[in-house]
Design a protein around this ligand. Structure first.
Ligand SMILES: C[S@@+](CC[C@H](N)C(=O)[O-])C[C@H]1O[C@@H](n2cnc3c(N)ncnc32)[C@H](O)[C@@H]1O
Length: 282
């Protein structure tokens, strides 16, 4: 996991969830596996006696609790059963990510929050494929597709080689008619990926049983926007730190020259990112 992604989810927890530390929360992490000898995981961010973290991935491995038999139909998970669903650096690896988005939408409690973060650019890396990059507008489209509310959305422009985007979206506390509409759209989504599935498509899922809609998540009261401001301040700090590192890396003689000459010479003496890709990781 990239440190910049871990930092974003840590900031989400401290901005929105710290006030719920004495409250029971169910948390799902989609694409939770610790890959390639990485040491960071979101699990530690949710390490609270009242919080129940579950890691889901399509592969078995470190930090994985649930492996759905069908990556696009999580029949192992109940509908409306999580207050928070996070997913980091995974959506770019899912060929039909909109189908996964619908499963996130189904598994989330009404009023609950889904946080998705994925690179806006960056080197080709396959787990097991590398299909997509995301900008803030793309994540707004995902929220619109689910008919969810956008709570915060952000792209980490110019910060580092990954330039991650992040969205926090809320499943609305829908009327029974709107929940039926979601159930119908979910069934169509499942039907469209049925040919990729090991299991036949089932009857349309009925989301509400005899007891009607489930109780909303305690998170339904959170107002959006604060997290976007926090992310922007982290972005500006990271860019300032990167510029300071680059300045310090210039030869001493260049640093002593007047500003304009130094800018020109500094650019010549530093390796420059090419237009098409192999950017310089910070
Ligand atoms: C680059 S790793 C990211 C792991 C971790 N979230 C991180 O940030 O370090 C991508 C993970 O997504 C998983 N993955 C790929 N397709 C998936 C799918 N359809 N549903 C859930 N996870 C998937 C892969 O198995 C892999 O563990």
């Amino acid at each position: 996991m990239h440190t910049s992604s871990h930092e974003k989810v840590a900031a989400f927890v401290s901005t929105y969830l710290d006030q719920f530390r004495s409250t029971h929360l169910d948390i799902l992490d989609v694409g939770s596996q610790m890959v390639g000898g990485q040491v960071l995981t979101y699990r530690t961010l949710f390490d609270d006696p009242e919080w129940n973290y579950t890691g889901l991935d399509v592969e078995s491995g470190l930090n994985v609790d649930v492996i759905p038999a069908d990556g696009y139909r999580w029949n192992e998970l109940e509908s409306d059963s999580f207050d928070v669903i996070v997913s980091g650096q995974t959506f770019e690896h899912i060929p039909f990510f909109w189908a996964t988005a619908f499963e996130i939408g189904r598994a989330l409690r009404p009023g609950g929050l889904a946080l998705i973060t994925a690179p806006g650019r960056g080197p080709y890396h396959r787990y097991p494929v590398d299909c997509w990059r995301f900008h803030d507008d793309g994540f707004v489209a995902v929220a619109d597709h689910l008919e969810f509310e956008v709570v915060d959305v952000f792209t980490d422009w110019n910060r580092n080689v990954w330039e991650e985007s992040i969205v926090v979206m809320r499943k609305p506390v829908w009327s029974p008619a709107s929940r039926d509409r979601f159930a119908t759209r979910l069934w169509h989504q499942r039907a469209l990926t049925a040919t990729l599935s090991p299991n036949p498509i089932e009857e349309a899922p009925i989301l509400d049983g005899e007891n009607g809609p489930p109780a909303p998540s305690v998170l339904q009261t959170i107002d959006g926007g604060r997290f976007t401001a926090v992310l922007e301040s982290l972005r500006l700090k990271a860019i300032a730190a990167k510029e300071a590192r680059e300045e310090a890396a210039k030869p001493r003689i260049v640093r002593m020259l007047p500003n304009r000459l130094r800018a020109v010479l500094g650019r010549r003496l530093r390796p420059q990112p090419s237009m098409w890709g192999e950017d310089i990781p910070s």
